[in-house]
Design a protein around this ligand. Sequence first.
Ligand code: 5GP
Length: 346
Amino acid sequence: MRIEEDIKLDFKDVLIRPKRSTLTSRSEVDISREFVFRHSRRKYHGIPIIGANMDTVGTFEMAGALVPQGLAVALHKHYKESDLEAFFGQRSADATIFYSMGITAADYDKFRRVADAVGDAIEYVCVDVANGYTKSFVDFLGKLRAAYPRITLMAGNVVTGEMTEELILDGVDIVKVGIGPGSVCTTRKMTGVGYPQLSAIIECADAAHGLGGLICADGGCTSPGDLAKAFGGGADFIMLGGMLAGHDESAGEVVEHEGGRKVRFYGMSSRTAMDRYAGGVANYRASEGKEVLVDYRGPVEGTLQDILGGVRSACTYVGARRLKELSKRTTFIRVTQQLNEVFGRS
Ligand code: 5GP
């Protein structure tokens, strides 16, 4: 047993220090980024925020709302082959839409059939497992990369620099970072395993950037300020679940609850999801996600404006004309309090 004594940080532990700036308006800020991916060698230009590959967020409808605004979506993995073929078959290749899968033989075979059917239309692939530290995950990525050298591959999740480096050397373009921070995740409670998300981002970004790779900060953002902190800490992309839940495009069931309209939102390893897709929770495992009711919030467009406006404003406060400059201009200060809650928490 060993104890690491240095302090690891979450979003709630810091604020971003303002800096002198010549920017006069947030409209002068460009929050898009350009990348050339390390392995696929493809170019990307967009607003690097990705709707999570959860069946209540990563939907065709969400793609329809986010992609025209320059954002991205990772489709959930439970769509039928025929639906995926129809969807990708009619997309132009410059839209940032990830095909998502796990690492079973069935996942791989399904991907091969869909990819064969739609030609080059699948440019981005997300391979997602709860624990990105296993040999079977690494082996799967090696096989996929060898067979598809031109796909832009995002994979995870991990939270440490050494595993980030390993994945990038194995062929991953974007390493997905986060174990346990998600809004409907109970991994930390069920297993005691995890890593404070901001420190995970800082450490994994440093490791990835040293090798010409990228990271996606996945989970734990609860407000636009958290996105600013994730980008400030070095995240190249950010994946959002809960912040995009509860909208018309989110595909959750709308229910009446205590006089208000609510939407069911649940983790992809929750009992709800396993009942729906895996015939229940297998007897050797526990559910590591929960179901909640979130407020119904109408079209996602309004939420999007809040998120993008918050990130733009953060850039203005530190004098970053472009999102790319935000992390260079970020100094985090450690705090013991975030908000004045005298009138409530919102
Ligand atoms: P959020 O933005 O809601 O805080 O986090 C979204 C992320 O939570 C997802 O992208 C995924 O990585 C993670 N997640 C989704 N469902 C589950 C689950 O059931 N269990 C765990 N451990 N993580 C989940």
